[in-house]
Design a protein around this ligand. Structure first.
Ligand code: KG4
Ligand code: ZN
Length: 341
C-alpha cells in the first residue's frame, strides 16, 4: 500500500511517499527554523504563512523524487490533524482534503505524537515477538509513554505533568546563551566537555526519577539550571568550560530520568522491546544509556534524520493505525489528545 503523507503541525512543511509503512519512496522537509532563529522562538503566524508558500513546492519536490510516480499509484493520503498549531495544521489539512477529493482517494487522519513512534519501525522487519513494547515519545512538546501490544495498538501510560523533555533542553539552552538550537546545541557542548576531561562538576536534580509512576516533570530542572547559572555568575566562574559542564549535566539529568522511567514501564508491563521517537530521540547519550541499561530488551531507534518532524512517520503511522475518514469529517484539531486511540 502506497501512502502520501503530509505534515504541517509545527514549523515544518513535509511530504513523503511510503510503501507498506516501511519503504521510503520519497521524502521532503522544509523548515522555517532559520526564520525562527532570528525571533528566538516559533511565531505561529509566521510559521503558517511560510507553510502556505512551501506546501506546493514541497509536494512537487516529493513527487519528482519518485521517478515512476503517478497519482494513480497512490492508495491513500495521510494527514496530521493534531496536536499542533491551528494555522499550521490547517495548511496541511486543507491541502490533503483537496488532493483526496480531486483524486477520489481515502484520507487518513493521523495523531502527530503517535506518528513519532513509527519512525522507529522503518526499514526493519518487526516480528510479533517484539511485543509487548514500550514506546517513549520525547519531543519539544511531549514526553509520553505508551504500551504497544502490536504495531497498530497504542495505550497511553503517562506523560509529563509540566515541561516536555525537549522543552527543558530548549529553555535551558536559551538561558545558557546557546540560542534556538535546544537539545542539539546542548549535546554538542556536552560532547566538548567530555572530550576535554575537565574535573568541573555540577550536580542537578533528576525530577521524579524514583517515583513509581509513569509521570515526568522537568520544570524543576529549569529552575535548578537558572539557580546554577546565577551562582556561577556571582562567583565569576561563568565561562566556556562552565557552559560545557552545565550542558553535560543537563543531558545526563534528562537522559537518566527518561531511561529510568522507560525501563520501569518496561518492567511493569513485561515488555520485551522499547521504541523511541521524537526530536530528543536523536540524542546519542540517551541511546547509549538505553543500550547500557536495556539488558535483553530489543531497541528500536529511528534514523536521526527522522526523529524531528517529517511526513514519513505520518505515512507509516497511517499504514499501521489508519482508519479512513471522509473529507467532510476531517478537521484540524490543535488540542488532539495523546490518549486518543
Ligand atoms: O519532534 P520535534 O521535531 O518537534 C516536536 O514535535 O516537538 O522535536 C524537537 C525537539 C526540540 O525540543 C529539540 O531541542 C529536540 O527535539 N532535539 C534534541 C536533539 N535534536 C533535537 N534533543 C536532544 N538531543 C538532540 N540531539
Ligand atoms: Zn513532533
Amino acid at each position: 500500500m502506497r501512502i502520501l503523507g503530509i505534515e504541517t503541525s509545527c514549523d515544518e512543511t513535509a511530504a513523503a511517499i511510503v510503501e507498506d509503512g516501511k519503504d521510503i519512496l520519497a521524502h521532503t522537509v522544509a523548515s522555517s527554523k532559520q526564520l525562527h532563529e532570528k525571533t528566538g522562538g516559533i511565531i505561529p503566524e509566521i510559521a503558517a504563512r511560510e507553510q502556505v508558500q512551501c506546501m506546493i513546492p514541497v509536494l512537487e519536490e516529493t513527487l519528482n523524487q519518485s521517478p515512476s510516480f503517478s497519482w494513480t499509484s497512490i492508495d491513500a493520503i495521510a494527514i496530521t490533524v493534531g496536536p499542533g498549531l491551528i494555522g499550521s495544521l490547517l495548511v496541511g489539512v486543507e491541502t490533503a482534503k483537496t488532493i483526496a477529493g480531486v483524486l477520489g482517494k481515502p484520507l487518513i487522519p493521523v495523531n502527530h505524537v503517535h506518528a513519532h513512534i513509527y519512525a522507529a519501525f522503518l526499514h526493519t522487519k518487526v516480528s510479533k515477538n517484539a511485543f509487548p513494547a514500550i514506546a517513549l515519545v520525547v519531543s519539544g512538546g511531549h514526553t509520553e509513554l505508551f504500551r504497544m501490544e502490536a504495531l497498530g495498538t497504542l495505550k497511553w501510560l503517562g506523560g509529563t505533568l509540566d515541561d516536555a523533555a525537549g522543552e527543558a533542553y530548549d529553555k535551558t539552552a536559551r538561558m545558557m546563551g546557546l540560542g534556538f538550537g535546544g537539545g542539539a546545541a546542548i549535546a554538542a557542548e556536552a560532547a566538548k566537555f567530555k572530550a576535554q576531561g575537565s574535573k568541573f562538576k555540577i550536580k542537578l536534580p533528576r525530577p521524579m526519577m524514583h517515583k513509581d509512576s509513569f509521570d515526568f516533570s522537568f520544570s524543576g530542572l529549569k529552575t535548578a539550571v537558572m539557580r546554577e547559572i546565577k551562582k556561577l555568575q556571582d562567583e565569576k566562574q561563568w565561562n566556556e568550560v562552565a557552559v560545557q559542564a552545565l550542558a553535560y549535566e543537563i543531558q545526563e539529568a534528562i537522559s537518566d530520568v527518561l531511561v529510568a522511567k522507560t525501563l520501569n514501564a518496561a518492567k511493569k508491563n513485561k515488555a520485551v522491546s522499547i521504541a523511541l521517537g521524537g526530536g530528543v530521540a536523536a540524542n546519542a547519550r540517551l541511546r547509549e544509556k538505553l543500550r547500557e541499561a536495556g539488558g535483553n530488551l530489543q531497541l528500536f531507534f529511528p534514523d536521526p534524520a527522522l526523529c524531528t518532524d517529517n511526513a514519513v512517520m505520518i505515512a507509516a503511522a497511517a499504514y499501521y493505525r489508519g482508519k479512513n475518514a471522509t473529507v467532510e469529517t476531517i478537521d484540524a484539531r490543535p488540542a488532539l489528545s495523546v490518549e486518543a486511540t
